[in-house]
Design a protein around this ligand. Structure first.
Ligand SMILES: C[S@@+](CC[C@H](N)C(=O)[O-])C[C@H]1O[C@@H](n2cnc3c(N)ncnc32)[C@H](O)[C@@H]1O
Length: 203
């Protein structure tokens, strides 16, 4: 153990996410990560994608969790972590080629999910991507028993949290100018949603 902040979930899901990002980020030169947690994804993906600049961010109250692992990694293409609160920004300019966020939409309140898409709507440019990893419901249904139990646990912990409906997220994305490019099944009943400005909305 290296004593750095650690998430077992991030350790488990980084390899399958990486496999998908190899295709989705092939053209990207800049990525903004929102709610980067312990930095395990940021460090792993920055190391694997030397062609791009990875900017990890966190809510100001949690920046202290993100900093140590990123500092220890000392990667030239991994930018120093910065504060970014979905409700308040600051949002980058110029806008990155891709925004990536993992396991955040079911943590933050629904109004913050809306804030995220509003921020993107104002700034995202043709071709830029929004990549969202996590569990989603489809047709108002859980995709597994374990997701149903997880949702119950989330809501007991914080009534504002909860697994989001895929259809609602897609609607927000389309309202923000994105089209759904891919909805990828991931291990442990998670999904990786790839939205892109200019992608034709799916039927
Ligand atoms: C379940 S953790 C996921 C962390 C990391 N992305 C991962 O997959 O391991 C949810 C993250 O969302 C962050 N978060 C919560 N509210 C936020 C806000 N208003 N703005 C930005 N990040 C926020 C939390 O600080 C936390 O790191």
């Amino acid at each position: 153990m290296d004593g750095l902040p650690f998430s077992q979930a991030a350790e488990n899901n980084r390899a399958p996410i990486l496999q998908q990002l190899r295709t989705l980020l092939v053209e990207a030169r800049s990525v903004l990560e929102i709610g980067a947690g312990t930095g395990q994804h940021a460090v792993c993906f920055a190391a694997e994608f030397p062609h791009l600049r990875w900017q990890p961010t966190e809510h100001p109250d949690q920046l202290g969790t993100l900093l140590p692992r990123c500092a220890a990694a000392a990667l030239g293409n991994l930018a120093s972590p910065t504060s970014l609160d979905i409700t308040a920004g600051p949002w980058p300019s110029p806008w990155p080629d891709a925004v990536y966020t993992a396991n955040t939409l079911h943590i933050v309140a629904k109004s913050l999910v809306e804030d995220l898409f509003s921020a993107c709507a104002l700034r995202a440019t043709e071709g830029s991507r929004l990549l969202i990893y996590g569990p989603f419901n489809y047709g108002g249904q859980y995709t597994s028993e374990s997701n149903a139990r997880f949702d119950e646990w989330l809501k007991e912990r914080d009534g504002r949290s909860g697994i989001r409906d895929f259809e609602w997220v897609r609607e927000l994305a389309e309202g923000a100018g994105y089209g759904l490019e891919a909805d990828i099944a991931m291990p442990a009943n998670n999904r990786l949603l790839s939205f892109r400005v200019g992608a034709k909305p799916s039927p």
